[in-house]
Ligand binder design. Structure first.
Ligand code: G6P
Length: 634
């Protein structure tokens, strides 16, 4: 989703902005722009240069190359359209009528219609359909008012104008503002949308996400909700929402946070699928080291108080993370014996169930920035506090791949899936990491609550230790098989994915992956439900992909698959090889593992088949149309 980069320092800003924006490309966008300010007179008016282009970042860099964009101060933006089509005039930066103030914004200004009407009534004419455009006009109006009251042109004046204007805005936003009259001042602000300041050598930067900063500095100062900052070549002035000056020490970025290259893979998604054995290996090394006793089968970073009295669990998440949450709920209920519910975060925040005591709330978000998940967690925190829940402050857990994210600052307990940055919009290795996090929690709770015998705990732990090797052989084989199978999908318009029990969420994930990157309509269904509706869709043109793993529902799933076959569906099985599975027209074979760990493997053919179908269609796999990696608006 929209990405912001801003810089002030001694180097030319435009190349730094473009490099920063490139690191944010993976978030998803449909246009891009930047504005720089060149100082033309000492302590005087600067020249604002603004370049914007629809489409990929290369279009913007060509413009900058051709026409230049001089100055040591600048702001840049990748836009994911919310208000107004992805056209040049709606791209950011947006400017005021004087053309001296430029703003980039990530978020949604919810009262923009009201503000727009008010400004139009005062004679302001708008040049875009964006919600953002009200901001430069409001800042322009405020600066004029302050100057006529005796305010002197300075960075501080711009800061005050932004502080005053943000009070008029409702909604969530992160923004960066420059003014041609203050070529040595950059003002940034955030409310419920991420923004981090980077302290470089002789320069300060600001960005929506760490990859845009990591190439320049590893010293960062994440901005807190409601803060506004003035950045000048001399330093940073940080203020809270009440206008009180804040002093905080910066922190150091750890790990590889900048977007790494594709190595020899055609796409980041394929590379990330191939990285899954490493994700699993690292997880085993961290959480399942050999020699742990069955009474304490996993190494997790929580103290005793975290576990005390938990009687039920609720999981809040969106998209792929919700599917991981569904597998998690199955494990926590069926293995650890804890009643668990899963909610779409976007639904939960407006229709949460009645409060029940002793409930742990788990937010699952790979990016740690999904607006709905963060807001749902905040809402749950507030209502438990208001209700006098004695454990309100400690009863939240976040499962994320980004330990420096807003989530990690918001919730008291974090489980880091440690998968390394994921660039492909379609989540793959982070999904696996989220699943593994839930296996760890289920083992831990089962041991503490004694809901499973030592033998069962040891057996699941030992099986999990084998997962990295299973994945290693599986991915190599399925890469080839899926590539061959993908040719059958050239004219396919609909696909049905079936699974049951612990593999039902994997059917949902298979359908989601296919929709996201190949734009083929797909439905994931619990296999037993097929005859209550989707069966009407079946004809020889509709492939049915059925996950059938030996276990409690094996025979049932095979019978459901037969029902599809009887109606001439092309039947593709994700199942072990053997006489029972020769009903399938094509087989994506899995090793015979226990049903309980099978989602860790059955998801691989889902990912690779979607990948190869999309690749065969020549689509933009890493940045599929309309999607964003990090969904920072509601
Ligand atoms: C977007 C992405 C999905 C992701 C979802 C939730 O829709 O395209 O891949 O599953 O957001 O993201 P999160 O960062 O919260 O896991």
């Amino acid at each position: 989703m929209c990405g912001i980069v801003a810089v002030i320092g001694s180097r030319e800003a435009a190349p730094l902005l473009l490099e920063g924006l490139r690191q944010l490309e993976y978030r998803g966008y449909d246009s891009a722009g930047l504005a720089t300010i060149q100082e033309v007179e000492k302590d005087g008016l600067g020249l604002l240069s603004c370049k914007r282009a629809q489409g990929k970042l290369n279009n913007l860099s060509s413009l900058v190359e051709k026409f230049g964009s001089p100055g040591h101060l600048g702001i840049g933006h990748t836009r994911w359209a919310t208000h107004g089509k992805p056209e040049e005039r709606n791209a950011h930066p947006q400017r005021d009528i004087s053309g001296e103030i430029a703003v980039v914004q990530n978020g949604i200004i919810e009262n923009h219609r009201f503000l727009r009407k008010e400004l139009e009534a005062e004679g302001v004419s708008f040049s875009s359909e964006t919600d953002t455009e009200v901001i430069p006009h409001l800042i322009g109006r405020e600066l004029k008012r302050m100057q006529s009251d005796g305010g002197v042109i300075s960075g501080s004046l711009l800061l005050t104008a932004v502080q005053n204007v943000t009070k008029e805005l409702t909604g969530a936003y992160a923004l960066a503002v420059v003014w041609a009259r203050t070529p040595e001042a950059l003002v940034v602000a955030r409310r419920q949308a991420p923004l981090l300041i980077g302290l470089g050598e002789g320069e300060f930067l600001c960005a929506s996400d760490t990859p845009a900063l990591a190439g320049f500095t590893r010293t960062i100062l994440p901005m807190e909700d409601g803060e506004v900052a003035l950045l000048t070549p001399l330093g940073i002035e940080l203020y809270n929402a009440e206008g009180k000056r804040q002093q905080r020490s910066p922190s150091l970025l750890t790990g590889i946070d900048h977007v790494v290259d594709k190595r020899n893979f055609r796409h980041f998604m394929l590379k990330e699928i191939h990285e899954q054995p490493d994700t699993a290996e690292l997880w085993v090394a961290r959480h399942l080291p050999a020699g742990l006793p069955p009474t304490s089968p996993v190494a997790l970073p929580f103290d005793e108080s975290f576990y005390q009295g938990i009687e039920q669990i609720q999981i809040l998440a969106c998209g792929t993370s919700r599917h991981a949450g569904m597998v998690g709920a199955y494990l926590l209920e069926q293995f650890a014996g804890i009643p668990t519910s899963v909610f779409y975060a976007s639904e939960f925040r407006y229709s949460a169930p009645p409060l029940a005591p002793n409930t742990l709330t788990i937010g699952v978000t790979q990016s740690g920035e999904t607006a709905d998940t963060l807001a749902a967690l905040a809402m749950e925190f507030d209502r438990r506090k208001a209700n006098g829940d004695p454990a309100f402050a400690s009863r939240q857990l976040g499962i994320t791949n980004r330990v420096e994210s807003s989530l990690a600052r918001q919730v008291p307990n974090i489980l880091d899936i440690g998968a390394g940055i994921e660039v492909g919009v379609a989540a793959t290795k982070t999904f696996l990491g989220q699943l593994l996090a839930f296996y760890a929690l289920a083992l831990d709770f089962a041991a503490r609550k004694k809901s499973r015998s030592s033998d069962e705990i040891i057996s699941l732990s030992n099986e999990l230790r084998l997962v990295p090797n299973y994945l290693r052989s599986l991915i190599h084989r399925h890469d080839q098989l899926s590539e061959q199978l993908a040719h059958r999908f050239t004219d396919t318009q609909d696909v049905i994915f079936l699974g049951r029990g612990i593999n039902y969420p994997i059917a949902l994930e298979g359908a989601l992956k296919l929709k996201e990157i190949s734009y083929i309509h797909a439905e994931g269904y619990p296999a037993g439900e097929m005859k209550h509706g989707p069966i009407a869709l079946i004809d020889p043109r509709v492939p049915v992909i059925s996950i059938a793993m030996p276990g409690m529902v094996f025979e049932k799933v095979l019978s459901n698959a037969q029902e599809a076959k009887a109606r001439d569906a092309q039947l593709i099985g994700v199942a072990p090889e053997g006489p029972a599975t020769d009903i399938f027209d094509a087989l994506l074979p899995l090793p015979e593992v226990s049903e309980l760990i099978s989602p860790l493997l059955s998801v691989v053919p889902m990912q690779l088949l979607s990948y190869h179908i999309a690749a065969h269609r020549g689509l933009d796999i890493d940045q599929p149309r309309n999607l964003a990696k990090s969904v920072t608006v509601e």
